[in-house]
Design a protein around this ligand. Structure first.
Ligand code: HAM
Length: 434
């Protein structure tokens, strides 16, 4: 055994109760949002064939996958994202499900990233995918859903960064750059290695005009959406599929605004994301307190087909629950929901344990979190334990009171004690609650 065996593995974390509760709160809101928008949950395995996960994940993410051979000799990997698994379902078991198909997933994912602020090797996402529509309303729905989720979870001052991979790819394709090179250029742009990207484009013997067009796009961004779109439109003139992409972006943004989206949008003409499967709109979410994305998504119209399914356009988003948790903490937003009142039931002697169990069961039926003292403590010591753990009420079960169908209810912070009839106990606790 190594001397480190009782520590977590680098990049892995324990969630102690307070953090676990916060993470589950975020999950709860994600699930509520899925229900509001009609996304059905699917649960896919954490281990999939390497080939499936690696197909279009992009070079950077591919290098960071946890890959291994299982005992049956299969080359498998821990999932680094949900999109490939959900697209696999749509290509196979859900092939004939009516479209649009809206699917939700939540769980942990694995990437061998360098651990740092907001970056872990095991992290959590709430993931939403919409299959079957190539219309801009589908892209707008995904952004609107993201917006509702973030508002519901209590996040403030966030904004969307939006772009469209079709704008850049339109230029590359026009210049005859093959897909592999295009992907490399996009990866560089994603990592903000602009010079490297431009040099690689030069190497492909791209025209001077296309280099100027790319540079022009990389310089174009802003929050005045109409003017940024107009500028993009002018820059890409002469590249028909880039023009189409700009028009598509114009429609998506207009739909969002007409639909009442209040959240700020930063349009970035040269925006690229690391994943290779994107074919259309792409976006990320940011808050001023952090310079890493809280979520990201976009359109990917070819993936289902690559996995052997029907031609199925798709768009989706994954929200990074760990980073959202950090952002909410920074913004001092409480992350709690419907936690039942905690009660400690204290039998004054062992002969009262059965009565204490019955009482706890009755209180749980009424929706309280009731625990019976399991430490054999005296009433005094049990009371000070309740104080230390911030328990609001204790119920003391003594033979004299039980004989009369009563118990002692004690409000711990108010230091007030009263004798209450058993059938009035729940009512009294609610009445006495803050
Ligand atoms: P992604 O941008 O790779 O997209 O990840 C989405 C979010 O997951 C990030 O914005 C971030 O909040 C969180 N995340 C990613 N890596 C880490 C990490 N190492 N530690 C903590 N959080 C992390 C996707 O995964 C796509 N599947 C999104 C998508 C769905 N596109 C279409 N549908």
């Amino acid at each position: 055994m190594t001397s480190e065996f009782n520590k977590t593995v680098r990049g892995m974390r324990d969630f102690l109760p307070e953090d676990a509760r916060k993470l589950r709160f975020i999950e709860h809101i994600a699930r509520e949002t899925a229900e509001l928008y009609g996304y059905d949950e699917v649960i896919t395995p954490a281990i999939e064939y390497y080939e499936l996960l690696a197909a279009k994940i992009g070079e950077e993410n591919r290098k960071r996958m946890y890959v291994f051979e299982d005992l049956g000799g299969r080359k498998v990997a821990l999932r680094p994202e949900f999109t490939a698994s959900v697209a696999r379902l749509v290509a196979t078991k859900l092939r004939s499900a009516p479209k649009p198909l809206r699917l939700f997933s939540v769980g942990s994912l694995y990437r061998y990233d360098e651990p740092q602020f907001g970056r872990y090797r095991e992290f959590w996402q709430a993931n939403f995918e919409l299959f079957g529509s190539a219309m801009p309303e589908a892209d707008a729905e995904i952004i609107s859903l993201t917006d509702r989720f973030l508002t519901k979870v209590g996040l403030r001052n966030y904004h969307f960064k939006v772009g469209h991979v079709g704008v850049l790819r339109g230029i590359f394709s026009h210049e005859g750059i093959d897909e592999e090179k295009q992907n490399s250029i996009m990866q560089m742009l994603d990592k903000k290695e602009v010079e490297k990207a431009i040099n690689l484009m030069r190497e492909t013997k791209s025209s001077g005009e296309s280099l100027d067009t790319l540079k022009g796009l990389l310089d174009t961004s802003g929050r005045d959406l109409n003017s940024v779109i107009e500028k993009m439109r002018k820059i890409v003139d002469g590249y028909p599929s880039s023009v189409e992409a700009v028009e598509n972006l114009r429609e998506i943004v207009a739909l969002l605004k007409d639909g009442g989206l209040k959240t700020g949008i930063l349009l970035e003409a040269g925006f690229a994301r690391g994943l290779e499967y994107y074919t259309g709109s792409i976006f990320e979410v940011y808050v001023p307190e952090m310079n890493i994305a809280l979520g990201g998504g976009g359109r990917y119209d070819k993936l289902v087909e690559i996995f052997g399914g029907e031609k199925t356009p798709a768009v989706g988003v994954a929200l990074g629950m760990d980073r959202i948790l950090i952002a909410l903490e920074k913004q001092k937003t409480p992350m709690r929901y419907n936690i039942p009142k905690r009660l400690l039931i204290i039998p004054v002697e062992r002969s009262m344990l059965g009565e204490a169990f019955k009482l706890a069961s009755m209180l749980r039926d009424d929706g309280f979190c009731a625990e019976v003292d399991t430490m054999g403590r005296s009433v005094t010591r049990a009371l000070s334990d309740a104080d230390r753990r911030g328990i609001e009420f204790t119920v003391i079960v003594g033979p004299k009171e039980i004989k009369e169908g009563k118990v002692i209810l004690r409000h711990m912070t108010k230091r007030r004690q009263m004798i209450v009839k058993l059938d009035k106990l729940s009512e009294k606790i609610r009445e006495e609650s803050d």
